[in-house]
Design a protein around this ligand. Structure first.
Ligand code: NAP
Ligand code: GCO
Length: 264
């Protein structure tokens, strides 16, 4: 049992893979890890995004390792993990961040669109976790953090596929925690509230009713920023959380606790 010290929150000597981390939440979480001492590895869907990400990390003073890989392609993911282990080292921390959303009324949504969201948001985390767990077992420790959502708990119009995927990701998190906890692998989730990223940009346009709606549903009375997620992610990636397992940490400014501000 490691003695608790302030160093327990550090990530020095750890290698972290954050999927889909050229920008947005993934980039912020990876940046927080880097500030805490970790070596950063990330993938994204194409070389243009990886190059964009490498430039952004460099501008932030972070020497990251970037790879092109689609998280839904199991062969490509298995090859990616092997390549990372050869070129950087064994992955200590995995953040399953890559994800998409399609906002379409359910009865108008094609089965292909539904499948695509579930494939990336749920099958992807399964595929990448399956690829990294064997080496974590050999190494005697590992941290997996799945980026869930308010939609892991709540539904809303037009996001049926995304809610189904993120609800499933909550239970995949709990199942990985259950199945691999005995190998000193902790698997937890982070459930961001409504965060200012390109993914939510369509909801934040000037005068969009959703913008004021979210502010009325959030006790913090603001949208979250990607920086709000850095500390919780570092905590779940560090030794300070070695007995936290199967937990979804909602970083939502209090949305899930709040009935919402009475209309004035
Ligand atoms: P984002 O800005 O859209 O970034 C998602 C990243 O994942 C993009 O770089 C995207 O590339 C990449 N990606 C998509 N499909 C991929 C695939 N098959 N393989 C590899 N990479 C892929 O999203 P975000 O807002 O940062 O969200 C990141 C995660 O947080 C997602 O899982 C999202 O569901 C979750 N989340 C977001 C919020 C929020 O309010 N923003 C709240 C709760 C949870 P492309 O640019 O090509 O799409
Ligand atoms: C939406 C939003 C949300 C956020 C996030 C909330 O359309 O409702 O995109 O789904 O992305 O998942 O936690």
């Amino acid at each position: 049992m490691k003695e608790f010290t302030p160093e327990s929150f550090r990530l020095d000597g750890k290698i972290a893979l954050v999927t889909g981390a050229s920008y947005g939440i993934g980039f912020a979480i990876a940046s927080g890890f880097a500030k805490s001492g970790a070596t950063i590895v990330f993938n994204d869907i194409n070389q243009e995004l990886v190059d964009k990400g490498l430039k952004a990390y460099e501008e932030a003073g972070i020497q990251a390792h970037g790879y092109v890989c689609d998280v839904t392609d199991e062969n490509a993911v298995q090859e990616l993990v092997k390549k990372i282990e050869e070129e950087v080292g064994v992955i200590d921390i995995l953040v399953n961040n890559a994800g998409i959303i399609k906002r379409i009324p359910m009865i108008e949504m094609s089965a292909d669109d539904f499948r695509k969201v579930v494939d990336i948001d749920l099958n992807g985390p399964f595929i990448v976790s399956k690829a990294v767990i064997p080496s974590m077992i050999k190494k005697g420790h590992g941290k997996i953090i799945n980026i869930c959502s308010m939609m892991s708990e709540l539904g809303r119009e037009t996001v049926s596929a995304y809610a189904a995927a993120k609800g499933g990701l909550k239970m995949l998190t709990r199942n990985i925690a259950s199945e691999y906890g005995e190998y000193n692998i902790q698997c937890n989730g982070i459930g961001p509230g409504y965060i200012e990223t390109p993914q939510t940009a369509p909801l934040r346009t000037e005068g969009h009713p959703f913008n004021s709606f979210i502010i009325s549903k959030t006790p913090a009375a603001r949208w979250g920023t990607t920086e709000d997620l850095m500390g919780p992610a570092v905590f779940l990636a560090s030794d300070a959380s070695n007995f936290v397992n199967g937990h979804i940490l909602y970083v939502d400014g209090g949305i899930l606790a709040y009935i919402g501000k009475q209309p004035q």
